[in-house]
Design a protein around this ligand. Structure first.
Ligand code: SF4
Length: 403
């Protein structure tokens, strides 16, 4: 998805040839999505070629082009995806001269860690990365007793302009490449495997696309990432698709495309309001695809994949936390059947200087009670990382937390 002006004019709504899903508002009323990078952000380009962006066949071809034997591609894949370490020093099964050539040609440094912040005794780690062109993204690793979850960014910034979200205030800088997303995952998996996170060495078990960006607006790279993550070693990381969650604010054509992929990831829809009047304001893309259209697409996702859909709902004080809205949400979800959905309200993580704040605990409890009364399984979502601005809607890629 690309745009050159801050206002999106009507276009077709289907996927374009490049595999990106076009985001276009309702024709009559162009809405001010922050899709254009400010000119001060400098020139953005395509990241250099990386091993991860290539298919297994292309990897063999690339290795051969560099004057090496084809079987080196498999060795490199093993170093990257199995040992999680593509450094020349680790490649002791390759001749020294070959290591340098191959690493220089196929493993350019795409991410540079600039700052890490920790919370929860070091078991929550937020990393700010600089990309090759100076764009910034963040990822958050959260270790729990029975699993480890990484929240990755799929875009630098975000064009969806949700007014309560720190990332949304940045506008979209650019889409991330597959390798830039996978590198966030590899680095986290390596930190866990090396025992860098308290609790001893472990595996990365879960991944959520809930960092910076709207994942389905960068559809092709996100799906390539998912395919790479679930591919068995040594061609991929061998993760379970069921442990991967792709979130969206409701790009209906992209949800429909995802439905047909045949990869059973969990779909999470960031709804935040059950009525179009309020959702048009909180999630501007709603002016293109309404609450009902979004929920219908989510239900079809369940019908085809059998995967229960998550509904994310940031509880914002006096904005969307009314009892009648809980009832309306419960009714709309229940009207589409039983057992297909799970609701995750989450108290809003306030952005510094923002008028939006979290609901009071008793209001939150009542909201949950009413949803459950409609038969909707509901769990208040963990706000891990909120004290390091690492929770949902807080990723702003600031260099200095006091800035
Ligand atoms: S809430 Fe999600 S979709 Fe909305 S602006 Fe923030 S990152 Fe983008």
């Amino acid at each position: 998805m690309t745009a050159t002006t801050p206002t999106v004019t009507p276009t077709s709504t289907g996927p374009d040839r490049a595999g990106q899903v076009q985001v276009s508002p309702r024709p009559a009323t162009p809405i001010p999505l922050n899709l254009a990078p400010p000119t001060t952000r400098g020139k953005r380009g395509k990241p250099p070629r990386h091993f991860v962006d290539l298919t297994p066949q292309e990897r063999v071809a690339a290795v051969t082009e560099l004057g090496e034997k084809p079987f080196r591609a498999k060795q490199l894949a093993t170093h990257y995806f199995t040992h999680l370490d593509p450094s020349p020093a680790a490649m002791t099964d390759l001749p020294e001269a070959s290591r340098d050539t191959l690493v220089r040609g196929l493993f350019p440094q795409l991410l540079t860690p600039v700052r890490t912040m920790q919370a929860d005794g070091g078991t929550t780690v937020k990393t700010l990365w600089h990309l090759f062109d100076g764009a910034k993204v963040e990822s958050v690793l959260m270790r729990y007793p029975n699993r480890s979850t990484l929240c990755v960014s799929s875009q630098a910034g975000c064009g969806m302009a949700c007014p309560f979200c720190a990332t949304g205030q940045l506008g979209l800088t650019r889409n991330l490449s597959t390798a830039e997303i996978v590198e966030q995952v590899r680095c986290a998996a390596k930190a866990l495997a090396d025992g860098d996170v308290p609790g001893g060495p472990t595996r990365l078990s879960n991944l959520v696309f809930m960092g910076m960006g709207e994942p389905l607006a960068n559809y092709r790279a996100v799906m390539e990432t998912v395919r790479t993550l679930v591919a068995p070693n040594p061609d991929g990381l061998g993760m379970s698709a069921r442990n991967i969650t792709v979130s969206t604010v409701g790009l209906v054509p992209a949800i429909e495309k995802l439905t047909k992929e045949g990869i059973p990831v969990t779909l999470a829809v960031s709804l935040h309001a059950p009525d179009d009047e309020l959702r048009d304001e909180l999630v501007p893309i709603n002016t293109r695809w309404s609450v009902d259209e979004t929920l219908d697409a989510a239900r079809r996702y369940f019908d085809v994949t059998g995967r229960r859909v998550s509904i994310e709902y940031a509880l914002i004080k006096d904005m969307n936390d009314h009892a009648w809205r809980a009832d309306l949400l419960g009714e709309k979800l229940a009207a589409r059947g039983k057992g297909w959905v799970h609701c995750n309200p989450i108290p809003l993580n306030p952005t510094p200087g923002s008028k939006w704040t979290a609901s009071e605990p008793e209001v939150e409890d009542e909201f949950v009670r009413r949803l459950r009364a409609h038969g909707i399984p509901t769990t208040i979502r963990d706000t891990r990382g909120s004290d390091i601005d690492g929770a949902c809607g807080q990723l702003a890629a600031e260099e200095d937390p006091s800035a």
